[in-house]
Design a protein around this ligand. Sequence first.
Ligand SMILES: Cc1cc2nc3c(=O)[nH]c(=O)nc-3n(C[C@H](O)[C@H](O)[C@H](O)COP(=O)(O)OP(=O)(O)OC[C@H]3O[C@@H](n4cnc5c(N)ncnc54)[C@H](O)[C@@H]3O)c2cc1C
Length: 356
Amino acid sequence: MTNSSPYDILIIGAGPTGLACAIEAQKAHCSYLVLEKGSITETIRRYPANMTFFSTPDLLSLDNIPFSSVNVRPTRREALQYYRGVAEAQKLNLRLHTRVCGIRKEVQGNSSGNISGNVSGNSNEYIFCIETRRETSSNISSDAPLEKIFARRVIIATGYFDFTNRLGILGEDLPHVSHYYDEPYRYTMQDVVVVGGRNSAVEAALELWRHGARVTLVHRGEELSTSVKYWVRPDIDNRIKNGEIRALFSTQLTEIRTNTALAKNSATGETTTLPADFIFPLIGYRPDEHLLRGAGVHLNEILIPEYNAETFETNVQGLYIAGSVACGCQTWTIFIENGRNHARPVVADILRSLGR
Ligand SMILES: Cc1cc2nc3c(=O)[nH]c(=O)nc-3n(C[C@H](O)[C@H](O)[C@H](O)COP(=O)(O)OP(=O)(O)OC[C@H]3O[C@@H](n4cnc5c(N)ncnc54)[C@H](O)[C@@H]3O)c2cc1C
């Protein structure tokens, strides 16, 4: 495929949703390409190493291709094997380690500017110019040359995992603070503060404690979220009750220092100094605002894109969203189980719009 021969569909992101879209595009005999800044299912690759899904395998599978797991719920490793196997067996057209930096819509006869500029108007005669940059560990640099790829329609399936919510306090960027939890062994016999009250924070706190860390769980709410997995809930409740994990509710960190963190109780106003060799603020994610806005997509105050709920076409004609990128900051509303189902209506609408 050359620059002068545009793809029918350009899919951004090789997560479960992007792969599902690729399968649909392939079944419809469209020319398509998936651009992925990391590896296949990069988000799952970056999950905590020992993570187990809350979903059963059938609810994570794509296009009814069987996904078997040795347990009721699959592990991260099993899911990585499954999605890699699907991509290989289906011979999906993927270009990995290639980041999309910008999306421009060019109305025929007008090749100027970003879509957010003067070409955001709708027209049947348009093409998308996607600016990409090769990205490998030896080459994560803004100096790498930009390549332009052209497509008639674009599906943004970029999820939300790259952008974490922040505490917005002094010291948050110190090296012992991480917004992603990886694995427990590094933290044995250390004082670790975990911030948050949902699954990510609770599961990290439990795993850290089981591997010999001294854990303090800090949550701004009066109690843990009701969304904590039902089979995890008794475990965390008992660890807190027994004093094995220290939990501070109605409490927020106000400052992070080299080996300590200041925590303020919102009910009493009292500030406590917590020992903190390592700190994990695990307080949620948000989609890539910059990429979406740069493409001309309107976002509401909680970053939910403007789109047609049936076709997933955004306010920019020809530009679609699919999967968890559609949920804005409400990241618990769209996940693999339901996000994968966006692929069929999206590709069906693209086929209709292309007159196929
Ligand atoms: C710890 C954890 C456990 C979870 N457990 C479950 C579960 O049990 N069941 C469930 O259904 N869901 C679960 N989820 C949610 C699930 O991971 C997401 O909903 C899912 O990954 C969304 O799929 P997606 O394809 O929409 O996005 P993603 O999987 O995030 O894929 C987006 C892809 O786009 C790529 N990308 C982003 N920006 C660019 C760019 N500019 N250029 C190129 N590529 C780009 C990313 O690298 C990524 O590979 C869990 C999430 C977490 C964090």
